[in-house]
Design a protein around this ligand. Structure first.
Ligand code: CTP
Length: 394
């Protein structure tokens, strides 16, 4: 669930530090990469060996023990997607409010720009101290997510508010921040990917250099956003969502027609061959010293046909790969094909598009409004395309 995410857990010196072992285990169980930074005092309550064994990573404690190129507090902030300080003591709450950076944990906090969760744990009287109340108010205004302690029996022998929040509550709060909102829930989205292969004979075909990466990235991200995804692809992949493996343009067309019938939208990211061989040879064609002539006939234009026949509430999105006059050609293509949006990329640039892991795109709508997605990896580009087109980032 959390694969690809790095969770940085900060542990300060409070008795509930031992409970964080369970939190680390939960994140690991959900495939997150876990980094742990502790204050020196935290290790009075939980051992370094336990934390290392559970997180399967080195534990960070001492700011001046630098054996990497980057100072540790900067390396940790770069890598992590979220910083959870749990338990956080009254002392560390006050330090981070003031920006005091006197150990690796507080320095890391000071340099951290992504979401932060803190889960305080302390004696009830400390929790009620005006300085702590005011500091927490300040942190709240700075968008720090505070998971308040529970009321109950405390380690100091008293009863009251101050016990570390339930570990599952801390985990769920972090998970909700880390995972994209299910903004495509309830929508069936059909996505095509890869280059079609048009048979010539028993062993040869006409193909193209499309890797399918963009279409697959779109399917992965639509799925993460909650869509009911069907990927129709010439690249055979195993996914948690429905995949249909096809080879030729005609097979793709049949699969798209069938799946689009009850779908909300279609994204044609595949590179579809415009032509196919008229007479496919059943056997391998042998050379005979003469030039070989192969007659090609036009394939159906899937994007155009589907756009023509779609219902009013269905959305069709095309792609266009151009090596010159990108915007002009893309505008002509959206008019000619009748789709709702076109995502255009410049294939003359070698570092983006076909086969590359990166893309830079322009999204053009029917009114010919243009928005640009700056060069980024295809997974991120896919997410941005979905957010832009489904109107969710506005
Ligand atoms: N497309 C399609 N069926 C085809 C050809 C293309 O559905 N037979 C779709 C592609 O999946 C893409 C869009 O049309 O979403 C544009 O593809 P592109 O190859 O750029 O356009 P063509 O119509 O083939 O135009 P040309 O090759 O002449 O530029």
């Amino acid at each position: 669930m959390l694969s690809g995410k790095t969770v940085l857990i900060g542990i300060t010196g409070a008795i509930a530090a031992y409970k964080i072992c369970e939190l680390i285990r939960l994140f690991k169980k959900n495939n997150a990469n876990v980094r742990v930074v502790t204050t020196p005092n935290a290790l009075n309550f939980v051992t370094k060996t336990t934390l290392e064994a559970l997180s399967q990573n080195q534990i960070y404690i001492d700011q001046f023990n630098i054996d990497e190129y980057k100072p540790e507090h900067i390396a940790l902030t770069d890598e992590a997607d979220i910083f959870i300080i749990a338990p956080i003591t009254a002392n560390t709450i006050s330090k981070i409010t003031l920006g005091i950076s006197d150990n690796l944990l507080t320095s890391t906090y000071c340099a951290f720009k992504k979401p932060v969760i803190i889960a305080p744990c302390m004696n009830t009287n400390m929790w009620e101290n005006p300085a702590i109340i005011e500091n927490l108010e300040i942190l709240k205004k700075r968008n720090i997510k505070i998971i308040e302690p529970e009321t109950g029996f405390l380690a100091c022998g008293t009863e009251g508010k101050g016990r570390l929040a339930n570990i599952n509550v801390i985990f769920e709060t972090a998970k909700n921040i880390l995972l994209p909102k299910q903004i495509l829930k309830g929508k069936k989205i059909v996505i095509t990917a890869g280059g079609t292969k048009e048979n010539i004979d028993a062993v040869r075909y006409i193909g193209n250099y499309s890797s399918g990466k963009m279409g697959i990235a779109l399917a992965d991200n639509a799925y993460k956003l909650g869509a009911d995804v069907t990927l129709i692809s010439t690249v055979d992949v195993k996914k948690q969502y429905k995949t249909i493996n096809v080879q030729t343009a005609q097979e793709m067309y049949e699969a798209v027609k069938h799946e689009f019938n009850n779908a909300h939208s279609l994204i044609m990211a595949a590179a579809v061959s415009d032509y196919r061989v008229k007479n496919i040879s059943e056997h391998k064609i042998k050379k005979d010293g003469n030039p070989l002539t192969i007659e090609l006939i036009e394939n159906p234009d899937i994007l155009k046909e589907i756009s023509k026949n779609k219902k009013d509430n269905q959305i069709v999105i095309g792609f266009c790969a151009e090596s010159q006059n990108l915007i002009e050609n893309a505008k002509n293509k959206i008019k000619n094909k009748g789709c709702d949006y076109i995502c255009a990329n410049d294939i003359s640039k070698k570092d983006i598009g076909f086969s590359s892991d990166y893309n830079e795109l322009y999204i053009i709508d029917k009114e010919l409004n243009i928005s640009k997605i700056e060069k980024t990896d295809k997974q991120n580009a896919a997410l941005k395309i979905l957010e832009e087109i489904y109107g969710l980032c506005k």
